[in-house]
Design a protein around this ligand. Sequence first.
Ligand code: ACO
Ligand code: ZN
Length: 226
Amino acid sequence: KQDDDQLIIDAGQKQFGAMTCSSCGMVYSADNPEDNFQHTQFHQRFLDSIKFVGWKKERVVAEFWDGKILLVMPDDPKYAIKKAEDVRRVADNELGFQQVALSRPTQAKTYLFINTERLVVGCLVAEPIRQAYRVLEQPDRHKDMTKDDFMERHRAWCCSTVPEQALCGISRIWVFSLARRQGIATRMLDTVRSTFMYGSPLTKEEIAFSDPTPDGKLFATKYCNT
Ligand code: ACO
Ligand code: ZN
């Protein structure tokens, strides 16, 4: 159902000249009143959700020239938990998740990438797991996509039936649309591997992605092979 709606919106945008808001990243048609209204509704709420004002206590787990990564733990102060939840909601909304509960909320670790403009541009939720099912490689069907291929691409991925040992499950990974392809997801995952289990860095094999999206699968395949 949602995929159908999305296709209609995309077709409409091509017709009416789509534009991308340079602050919130939403793609919409300025000539379409309903689109405009939706953008206005979304814009401020989104920017409020990802705005980072600075905290009294920040658990900085990595620093870079273009930002830093903070770790939020379940027992942290309310202001930190709230920001982690706000950003997770933004990510879930974009992923089409409807309020998916964390499988082990008391053990989930949230990693937030804060950029130099004080925006949370990346969010990753990691949870301890025991085993995972490897996503099986599928033939590349991404080129010359027709509508059927589009549906195909959104189907569940084939998973192996043999469970393999894993220690850390990535239940969400999200990067702000205007900040993608700058290695933010890669750096968040590298940081998870070095900090998730105290004193014992994880290998790429010990990490598993739950239910990857098409973007997530492209990223995960690249990350795991390099
Ligand atoms: N298409 C093709 N290759 C990709 C893509 C893509 N969309 N995204 C990443 N890659 C590959 C590239 O090889 C890239 O290296 P390159 O830019 O030098 O070519 C490499 O992965 C590393 O990419 P990063 O820059 O580290 O990834 P980014 O910060 O852009 O974040 C992410 C990737 C998180 C998937 C982002 O696109 C996103 O938030 N998408 C929307 C939400 C989503 O689908 N998240 C995954 C859900 S699955 C889950 O949560 C378990
Ligand atoms: Zn906007």
